[in-house]
Design a binder for this molecule. Structure first.
Ligand SMILES: *Cc1c(COP(=O)(O)O)cnc(C)c1O
Length: 236
């Protein structure tokens, strides 16, 4: 094993152990929180190292990069590719043809295009609606007041299956304050889940706020840096 692979394996084991610890601390069932390994900007060797230790869910933010990685790692057919970046409408076809999941649905036009462009032999694309829970802090995501209409729209689209909600809150180092920000999202998720048994995913939690997210009902946390190390944007 190279040092890089060993480092990824060690980091992943630490993150998995932490998730399990927080599940216990916040009375969540063991295994309730899945780990999405966010591999944006990282080489396929790093993804392969994570795969070799058992990781199967990978998150990517840039369409071209995700497509290249899907193609390079095609033989690892049980990888689940999650697109978690902003979506431009001229990139929806590539996403529809390569991703298994999309977490960042916040526009009707994008949802319609992804549904139309999803190849039928791949089955439905799993999607989460992105909610803007920090108000002005971020422009991405819909407001809670728009949620019912977006749910209705997605449920009417034959190529998509709605799986839940996603958010990227403004960074906050105080766990109690972060949980307060997450509370209305958790409430909306639970209401949505009550009426639809395909809803099982609350995509919240990053390297900086794992405990708050797991306490707030996260079912999928998205971790990059703590697994793969810091990203070097200058090299892109
Ligand atoms: C990059 C990214 C992550 C992972 O962030 P880290 O701080 O590296 O853990 C999670 N979610 C989204 C949407 C991201 O873009």
């Amino acid at each position: 094993m190279t040092t890089e692979s060993q480092q990824v394996a060690d980091n992943l084991a630490d993150v998995v152990a932490k998730i399990s610890e927080y599940e216990q601390a916040f009375a969540r069932p063991q295994g309730a929180v899945k780990l999405l390994a966010v591999s944006k900007t990282k080489p396929v060797s790093a993804l392969q190292a994570a795969y070799d230790t058992g990781q199967r869910l990978f998150g990517e933010n840039y369409v071209q990069e995700m497509v290249e990685k899907c193609q390079t790692l095609e033989q690892l057919s049980d990888i689940e590719w999650h697109f978690i970046g902003p979506i431009q409408s001229n990139k929806t076809r590539q996403i529809a043809e390569h991703a298994d999941w999309v977490h960042t649905i916040d526009r009707e036009k994008i949802a319609r295009r992804l549904s139309e462009q999803r190849p039928s032999h791949l089955g439905n694309l799993n999607v989460c609606i992105q909610i803007n829970i920090s108000g002005e802090e971020s422009k991405a995501g819909i407001a809670f007041s728009e949620l019912d209409d977006m749910v209705e729209l997605i449920n009417s689209l034959p190529g998509l299956t709605l799986r839940g909600l996603m958010a990227i809150p403004a960074p906050c180092s105080d766990q109690q304050a972060q949980q307060k920000v997450y509370a209305p999202l958790q409430q909306a998720f639970l209401e949505l889940k009550e009426g639809d048994n395909m809803i099982d995913t609350l995509s919240i939690g990053m390297s900086g706020d794992m405990p708050a997210a797991i306490a707030s009902g996260s079912t999928m946390i998205r971790i990059g840096t703590a697994i793969f190390g810091a990203r070097d944007y200058a090299s892109r």
